[in-house]
Design a protein around this ligand. Sequence first.
Ligand code: GDP
Length: 360
Amino acid sequence: SLSIGFVGLPNVGKSTLFNALTRQTVLAANYPFATIDPNVGIVNLPDERLDKLAEIFGSQKILPATVSFVDIAGIVKGASEGEGLGNQFLANIRESSAIAQVVRVFEDSDVIHVDGEINPSSDMETINTELILADMQTLERAIPRTEKEVKGKKADKAVLDAMIAAQTVLERGDTIFSSIDSDKLEMEHLQELNLLTAKPFIYVFNSDDEVLDDAARRQELTDLVAPARAVFLDAQFESELVELSEEEAQEMLEMSGREESGMDQLARVGFETLGLQTYLTAGPKEARAWTINKGDTAPEAAGVIHTDFQRGFIRAEVVSFEDLVANGSMAEAKAQGKVRLEGKEYLMQDGDVVEFRFNV
Ligand code: GDP
């Protein structure tokens, strides 16, 4: 399944944040037989719609969608030179579907900064430079090979052009992801190279209260990293939150004047960044969110529950969450003509409440 790799300089709060992630033990309770890698943190995607569904259907259990994060330890300057840890580090990033870069913005004279001062843009540049250098090496190998293939009519010229365009972006010090739109990069031709900086980026700004309360400063940092997404949280605060009961945590959040925990924010932004969406099912046993890709068809969505559902797909009974809630029950929604019968071509919409009909 898709995961997001955590990277960042030493002492920026990665471990603090990651420990908070892994301490959210909801998953272990819901999936007792899943083995959980200590380097993987799996968090629930907050979804208030599930509570409402459970109410309507009298569901005993709520199973939200989840987002997986992987702790990728040890970026070091020179990682792209491929020595020891550096190699492993890059290999781990290659396996991730997106990158969450933790950046320190909190001030604390007790916590030493590796470069002696708090400077988010310089920190981001340090990390991104290693990733950019690694991608440049990939292209330096791929371009001559592809040139030969184009001459021998074994590859499309468009593929070579896309590689050269990507190289230009990297040479000016930009990541591929941040340049896809501005440079009109033909990503389908670059897919195979699995370039590190082509992965979607999230910047997690580990902040103190001062930054969290300073909208202008947050906007400045958000603009700096766009089109990548920015998340602002206080890792230490988050690690305290996960120690509390749900009620206590809610109270502490409200007292701090924040609407959503940093963890929930991270899960939500991470999920969106991976290009995922959910559809919902509900019954007396459980109300559940299922993860699919944006643009998936009804049979593909059914396949997430069981491959037999996809193979034997007949049709889907679909009602939008809003229509269901407005009518108060499935029976009433049906009576009002709000439940649609959708076929194989139907593109799933976020928040569809679905029941599949299939042959076994
Ligand atoms: P890592 O090297 O990136 O994994 O960083 P750690 O999570 O080990 O954090 C380094 C130090 O910074 C530890 O002493 C943490 O307690 C501290 N720290 C982490 N997050 C915060 C924060 O949000 N605020 C403050 N003041 N200290 C933090």
